[in-house]
Design a protein around this ligand. Structure first.
Ligand SMILES: Nc1ncnc2c1ncn2[C@@H]1O[C@H](COP(=O)(O)OP(=O)(O)OP(=O)(O)O)[C@@H](O)[C@H]1O
Ligand SMILES: [Mg+2]
Length: 510
């Protein structure tokens, strides 16, 4: 790529970068520049190589081939600390914080502020509070990270990185779990650092957001750089086409309105202390029931209570019979599969291989007379890779080495091996590219066609409106109302979720 004379001298110039893991080449001959004072978005399908490329630029990986220059001078980073010294910092896609330390201790980890011979907690708390406030949040810096939501943890990671002196900041899907309000605050921060002449690399699957923030957009497909344009030249639909290699016109599948069928799961007067109060709803056979609400409305905790992941009180009936789930194994055994929003914490064993992860929850299906039947496990993995289009060049890698979106597909595959009657999915498409979203929606619709009953918890209203038969809206731990038919629109959902104009046009839930 030649450098346009009207453009400033790049801070970073990479040429011919390639990366091979084992025998698989995941990046092929990438040329990339980062200019001062620009937001350069990198987009591409799950597994296209975005995170790997960013990790090379930030010193986490060594390239197999290729060269990087800063201010014209060749650089070789021995590790991320080395890259940080040169002013390149990376906000990782995955949360990498120490859960048992406080927010401030995490933010200053490895570069603690000291006063005489002791760590200066007061100064660190003050510095951390300021950095967090800049991001539009009010997390208390003395809180343990284990007590924070995923969105809050992501903000802490961002605050940590922005406190390092930087010339290039790389954000790898920073907004995947943020609320619209938090996203707005972050984009403001990014505009602010851009105005200071910092170069920003920005990865996101939210293409409207990319259109909004980026000056330049580079598209990776299958490890290759396929296009690089000024953002003004591309609409989100163009970006989708360049990423996926085909038109992604229709995101949501056609569905036949499900006839009112018998209730499968009935929840009555159910409470999860501290999070959800007195929730009552029923899920019918073949139905897709959505749960909307602001982050913190108690949707995740309510579902975790229902499936026995947290203590809850109230009455549950499955196929008309009273049931109790003291733990998640009990609900699983009864035919309810729960897919957590937190795939790292609760879903996958990242340091184990794909096969173990896939079959872990349904081992009884794979046990032979004496031991686990490895051949059948391997067949199951092959089928899952095929059915769910899990993109991996090498089946022998660890779950943690799959790209973020492919981890989500592995979780879906794991769940389907259980042949569940009820499926509860929390944030089904977080971090998923637009082509794969389409596939996952089709998959959820086909589960319903098969007569399974599905609950979808999501923060993305268009997604709920696009795939659900009915949507319940939670506000402050309670079910505030239900929307169906023509009332399934963003205005009515927001009204119920926030309590402003509550009840207008939308029925209160039974
Ligand atoms: N340490 C590793 N060992 C082996 N393969 C790896 C490793 N890290 C990444 N890969 C593979 O490299 C490819 C690119 O992954 P990468 O994480 O860069 O994708 P991505 O574009 O960031 O995707 P996503 O949008 O899902 O985050 C994938 O096939 C992935 O499985
Ligand atoms: Mg990634």
């Amino acid at each position: 790529m030649s450098v346009d004379a009207s453009r400033p001298m790049p801070v970073l110039q990479a040429s011919g970068l390639s990366k091979t893991f084992g025998i698989v080449e995941v990046l092929k001959d990438i040329d990339l520049t980062v200019l001062p004072g620009e937001v350069h978005a990198i987009i591409g399908e799950n597994g296209a190589g975005k995170s790997t490329l960013m990790k090379i630029l930030a010193g986490n990986h060594q390239p197999t081939r290729g060269e990087m220059r800063m201010d014209g001078e060749v650089v070789n980073f021995s590790g991320p600390v080395d890259a940080e010294h040169r002013g390149i910092v990376l906000v990782h896609q995955e949360i990498l914080l120490a859960p048992d330390l406080t927010v401030a201790q995490n933010i200053y980890l490895g570069r603690e502020l000291r006063r005489r011979f002791t760590v200066d907690d007061r100064a660190m708390n003050e510095g951390a509070a300021g950095a967090i406030r800049d991001l539009g949040s009010d997390i208390d810096p003395s809180t343990l990270v284990s007590r924070l939501s995923i969105a809050q943890r992501q903000l802490v990671q961002i605050a940590r990185v922005l406190l390092v002196p930087h010339r290039i900041v790389i954000f790898d899907e920073p907004t995947a779990s943020l609320t619209p309000h938090e996203t707005e605050a972050l984009l403001k921060v990014i505009r602010h650092i851009r105005a200071r002449g910092v170069g920003v690399l920005y990865i996101s699957h939210r293409l409207a957001e990319v259109k909004d923030i980026a000056d330049r957009v580079t598209v990776l497909r299958d490890g290759r750089l396929v296009a690089s344009h000024d953002a003004s030249e591309l609409e989100p639909a163009d970006m989708a086409r360049l990423m996926v290699g085909r038109d992604v016109a229709k995101l949501y599948p056609d569905r036949h309105a499900a006839a009112a069928r018998e209730p499968v799961l009935e929840v009555e007067g159910f409470s999860v202390p501290g999070y959800a109060q007195d929730a009552s709803f029923s899920l019918r056979k073949g139905e897709i029931l959505g749960f909307a609400g602001l982050i913190g409305a108690g949707r995740t905790e309510l579902m975790e209570g229902v499936v026995g992941l947290r203590p809850g009180r109230g009455s549950l009936r499955l196929n008309g019979r009273p049931v109790q789930f003291p733990d998640v194994h009990a609900s699983l055994k009864a035919g309810i599969a729960y897919l957590s929003e937190d795939r790292k914490g609760k879903g996958l064993l990242l340091t184990k291989d794909l096969r173990i992860n896939l079959t872990l929850a349904s081992l009884s299906k794979f046990s032979g007379p004496l031991q686990i039947d490895a051949r059948r496990e391997t067949e199951a993995l092959d089928k899952a890779i095929q059915d769910f289009d899990i993109r991996t060049g090498n089946k022998a890698i660890l779950a943690g080495q799959l790209s973020g979106g492919n981890q989500q597909k592995l979780l879906l595959a794991k769940m389907m091996l259980l042949d569940p009657q009820v499926v509860i999915i929390d944030e089904p498409t977080r971090g998923i590219d637009i082509g794969n979203k389409q596939q996952i929606y089709k998959f959820i619709a086909s589960l319903a066609e098969e007569g399974r009953s599905i609950i979808v918890v999501s923060s993305e209203m268009p997604e709920l409106i696009g795939i659900c038969d009915r949507i319940l809206v939670m506000r402050s731990g309670r079910i505030a109302g239900e929307v169906t038919g023509e009332h399934m629109n963003e205005n009515e959902i927001v009204a119920l979720a926030t309590g402003v104009n509550a009840g207008r046009g939308a029925g209160e839930a039974a």
